[in-house]
Design a protein around this ligand. Sequence first.
Ligand code: ADP
Ligand code: MG
Length: 255
Amino acid sequence: TAAPPPVLDVRDVTVRFAGLTALDGVSFTVTPGSVHALIGPNGAGKSTCFNVLSGLCRPAAGTVTLGGTELTRLAPHRIAVLGVARTFQNIVTTHGTVADNLMLGRHALTGAGFAATALRLPSAVREQREHLERAREIAELTGLGAHFDSPVALLPYGDRKRVELARALCLEPRVLLLDEPVAGMNAAERARTAEAVGELRAELGLSIVLVEHDMGLVMRLADDVTVLDFGRRIAHGTPDEVRQDPEVLRAYLGT
Ligand code: ADP
Ligand code: MG
């Protein structure tokens, strides 16, 4: 049987910063409902790739298409509304409750209705209630259900970092970009987050691009792996194929 068309198609993407080629003709595709890991040493270009996919960085060459729609020149909010949501490597929220943060994510989705909400029109009140219900479901799905009304500042680090994941999910994305979702977490928090990501794929049929240094997590969650080094794709394949690739070992061990 033929493989399904990719949900995300990244083709020959090149990004240059004054004198430095951060991405050099990088290509990969994401199969619907799969987890595609993007790995490589520090400075390999992983976060830059996410910046291209989410519209924060315009490539010098190459294209990104989502289910056939070209995203390459669209503004970040357009890309988000079309179905690509992301988390950031080093951002952890400190304000408001979990519910507040998730409702902000919902507002980014609707973008409208603030005036109607302020005027308390019945339709707006109903819509608000529906958003709140969905936000609560997403909190459950990400292991934050018990903390829905807690101030995020009072939560342990791992839970706070997972609020970012939950907020991205509030956009109801087709593709979720996770930039080092377990960085800084302890073993128990890592396990909890891995479980949540696995469930997202299973329950929402979400396609996920995962940047992560924790190789155990990558090997466990990923269907496909693309390896970058100095902005170039040096390997791709299943976790097992990539793990045995001499180029990959060289890049990681520096030999
Ligand atoms: P990774 O996420 O794989 O660690 P990055 O994508 O953050 O790598 O960075 C890739 C390369 O591009 C690095 O050499 C980094 O210093 C450089 N870089 C990233 N962003 C910028 C920027 N805005 N301006 C200049 N150089 C940048
Ligand atoms: Mg990075």
